[in-house]
Design a protein around this ligand. Structure first.
Ligand code: MCN
Ligand code: CUN
Length: 795
């Protein structure tokens, strides 16, 4: 079903229909635009000390010795801690989110440039930094392993010799789909197209770097940690497990977060160093990384080398896809993904198409690069999956000399096939793809663009039109299948209505800029009729909110959003019992509308939710079996993921003299089911599209052959600004999720996932006169120039 449900502007004061309300401004913005946001680095505690981390200058080396005497003698230094000291505390290594271990401070070897070697706690930030220079480390430099293919060669230096019996750099093999069935389809297909496709290593690069303030109270044994965390509850449990502190004595607070994009999902060594620093000194300790530390040592994204193959009939019916992937996970497997999904949700690489067979084989390897993985608006590797399928479909269109839009439409999963089980086992909940595609074509004026392109081509101009169509899987996840280190992926939510009818909703998810203070108030308002302005959203503090797994994989709306709607319905059910007593009619005779219960057939006889709230807390008896108060709590375990989709069209012009790509237009039509706040959705989409321009044209964390990171500052790691992006043109369709209580699907990562292939497809389309079928990101002027001149792609 596709419906369009957008209330027009002018509904500002219609608080009874808050969901889908176009003009509802963000409740959090007054404090942000007035500089009153409170970030981790704004936390100042009496007597607070500062932590700075000494990092390895080389990618691979044995540590021969560390001399800290001079640093310890610095007058402002309170403590210097090395890996050896942490070993004594049993804290030198910590578990990663993928069940590997990662060094908090290196004990034996350093395994990537920028790895944590020692830390200093001092009276101020500058003294701490100065003292790092007084630490003398002797390194015995080893041969670094930078190329993921070389890492697998026999005789390659073994990076993880700390792991028992490890004699190579192999992490895991993973496969999905049916190899034999896929082989059979490929063997009999008219056309088979294959292409080597690289998704380079990129970085989320949030405005605010990672950091924390750790305050350990020696008297009552309580640890309070203000931290840049996307998942405060999960972090608290992990700290309890790692450090052996009792969980009820740990409080993790994520205050305002200046962008996360997945990079604030993992626990970084710096957090542990600050905690240890506080335990050792008895004072609060702050650690804030600088920009280079953030770019070189925190969770990167992508780094997949993919061979994609597609089989089809001569007239363009796609039959099967298969792929072989080499995944570079860096020195420690720090990928954040549900345990059963070592490759995240890459299994949705079959895209939006109805296929006969599919198969994927993947090998993950260690290299001497920073650990992490997955982060950067990735929907758990769906970015890579969507890029692969949308690029390879374009390669097929190229070979068949077919229009890429026509090819896609011909192969879409049809509306009556939903719920649709893919050949890799995913159950797409709902979708209606063709109207979304048609809407994008209409906004773009596709036919006219193709005519213009033909004219320009005739004059030697390089204009390209690129299309992508994506289906995402977001909202991890059903706890029977999904957990992070044994913690099931469900979300708690609590709602309290105060006597005067104002409310507070407490969430387990934590916003990093997505506007949860607004949208969660809207969801609750829609269900219980209290205006959003009267509903306070509390999140990001483990002492004040129920347990849940946090914000990433666009899961807040699918999981916590469902929890918020259901907890509000639970409160409404109780309100109904009280209303029936107040109106002296049976529950069955009550009707709910606009925040009030009224007697069926007699709208004048009614009680508002505010009156009910007062009654629930007031003097006098309540109906038999009804407790006082008006509040409820639930834990929501989703039945399935939600599957948003979208159609993107990009128009580029390439300067034939400089090979500079200019994104002239970009049309994005997104379908995320029921839309809670269209303005926020648009903001999310604009942000993600900008990400896409960055990844497609500019961003890459590169290394030289010695493992030196070449992208350690924003001078080298280019991110897009308003100058590099066009005025985004957005549209939407609405295909509600059948299993979500209000039909909403996630949207936070959609545009990051869907836009890179549209841009690359456009650039490759512009280069068609040169006979080019594929070129790898980032499509910088030099790469485009090389492609135009037939220079082979970098290995
Ligand atoms: N929304 C809506 N209607 C829908 C779906 C979503 O109004 N049908 C609203 C939500 O209510 C929420 C926002 O859109 O306010 C994003 O919702 P959702 O898609 O559920 O995603 P999350 O809130 O879980 O955010 C996580 C997602 C991820 S994983 C990354 S990465 C990312 C992203 O959000 N990081 C961000 N967007 C970001 N935006 C900002 N400003 N900063 C980041 O770090
Ligand atoms: Cu993978 S980046 Mo978001 O899921 O936090």
């Amino acid at each position: 079903m596709t419906t369009v449900d957008e209330r027009p502007a002018g509904f500002e004061n219609n608080d009874h229909k808050p969901v889908g309300h176009g003009r509802m401004l963000r409740k959090e913005d007054p404090r942000f635009i007035r500089g009153k946001g409170r970030y981790v680095d704004d936390v100042q505690l009496p007597g607070m000390l500062h932590c700075a981390i000494l990092r390895s200058p080389v990618a691979h080396a044995r540590i021969v010795s560390i001399d800290t005497t001079a640093a310890e003698a610095h007058p402002k230094v309170k403590a210097v801690v090395t890996g050896a000291a942490l070993t004594e505390l049993g804290l030198a290594w910590m578990p990663t989110l993928s069940g590997d271990v990662q060094a908090v401070l290196a004990t034996d070897k350093v395994r990537f440039q920028g790895q944590e070697v020692a830390f200093v706690v001092a009276e101020d930030r500058y003294a701490a930094r100065d003292a790092l220079e007084l630490i003398d480390v002797e390194y015995d430099v080893l041969d670094p392993v930078i190329d993921v293919r070389r890492a697998l060669e026999p005789g390659a230096p073994v990076i993880r010799d700390d792991l028992d019996g490890k004699t190579d750099n192999h992490i895991f093999d993973w496969e999905t789909g049916d190899e034999a069935a896929t082989e059979a389809v490929f063997a009999s297909a008219d056309v088979v197209v294959s292409e080597d496709i690289v998704y380079p290593r990129v970085h989320p690069a949030p405005m605010e770097t990672c950091g924390c303030v750790a305050d350990y109270d020696r008297i009552d044994g309580r640890l309070t940690l203000w931290s840049t965390s996307q998942a405060p509850h999960a972090h608290r449990t992990l700290y309890a497990i790692v450090a052996g502190l009792p969980e009820h004595k740990i409080r993790v607070i994520s205050p305002d977060i200046g962008g996360g994009f997945g990079g604030k999902v993992p626990i970084y060594p710096g957090y542990v160093c600050a905690i240890v620093g506080s335990i050792v000194t008895g004072k609060p300790v702050k650690w804030m990384e600088d920009r280079s530390e953030n770019l070189t040592s925190t969770g990167f994204a992508r780094d997949y080398i993919m061979r994609g193959e597609i089989a089809a009939t001569r007239d363009g019916k796609i039959l099967a896809v298969r792929t072989n992937v080499l995944a570079d996970h860096g020195a420690f497997n720090g990928v954040a993904a549900p345990v059963k999904y070592p490759a995240g949700f890459f299994g949705v690489f079959t895209g939006s198409y109805d296929l006969q067979a599919a198969h994927c084989k993947m090998t993950a390897v260690y290299t001497n690069k920073a650990p992490g993985g997955v982060a950067y608006a990735c929907s758990f590797r769906i970015t890579e999956a969507v890029y692969l399928i949308e690029r390879i479909v374009d390669c097929l269109a190229y070979e068949l000399q077919m229009d890429p839009v026509e090819l896609r439409i011909k192969n879409f999963i049809q509306p009556d096939q939903f719920p649709y089980r893919t050949k890799t086992g995913w159950l797409y909940d709902s979708g209606d793809y063709e109207p979304t595609m048609r809407k994008a074509l209409e906004i773009a004026g596709y036919d006219e663009l193709r005519r213009e392109q033909a004219e320009r081509r005739a004059c030697g101009e390089l204009m390209g039109i690129g299309v992508s169509f994506f289906t995402e899987a977001v909202g991890a996840g059903p706890r029977k299948d999904m957990d992070i280190l044994g913690l099931g992926m469900a979300d708690g939510c609590e709602l309290r209505v105060h006597p005067t009818g104002k409310a507070v909703v407490r969430l387990s998810v934590q916003t990093q800029g997505q506007g949860h203070e607004t949208t969660f108030a809207q969801i609750v308002a829609e269900e219980i009729g209290i205006p959003p302005a009267d509903i306070d959203v509390v999140h990001g503090d483990t002492d004040q909110t129920p347990f849940g797994l946090g914000t990433y994989g666009s899961r807040s709306t699918p999981v916590s959003g469902a929890a918020a709607a259901l907890v509000a319905r639970k409160v409404r059910d109780k309100a109904r019992l009280i209303a029936s007593a107040m109106l002296e009619v049976s529950v069955a005779d009550l009707e709910w509308q606009k925040g009030a219960f009224h007697v069926k057939g007699d709208p004048a006889k009614s009680v508002t939710i505010q009156e009910i709230a007062m009654r629930a807390h007031g003097a006098g008896d309540l109906p038999e079996g009804v407790e006082g108060g008006l509040e409820a709590q639930i834990c929501y375990n989703p039945e399935n993921l939600t599957y948003p989709h979208g159609a993107y069209i990009c128009v580029v012009d390439i300067d034939p003299g400089t090979a500079q790509v200019k994104v002239r237009r970009f049309v994005a039509v997104d379908d995320c089911g029921t839309r809670i706040n269209p303005m926020i959705i648009e903001g999310q989409v604009h942000r993600g599209l900008t990400d896409g321009v960055g990844m497609a044209l500019m961003e890459m964390i590169a290394f030289d052959e010695d493992g030196n990171c070449l992208g350690g500052s924003l001078m080298d790691y280019l991110i897009p600004t308003a100058l590099e992006v066009p005025d985004w043109e957005t549209g939407f369709t609405v295909t509600p999720s059948p299993h979500h209580p209000i039909g909403a699907k996630g949207v936070g990562e959609s545009a990051t996932v869907g836009s890179p292939p549209a841009i690359v497809n456009a650039v490759v389309d512009a280069l068609k006169p040169f006979g080019i079928r594929h070129a790898d990101m980032p499509l910088t002027p030099s790469r485009v120039w090389d492609a135009m001149r037939g220079v082979p792609r970098p290995p």
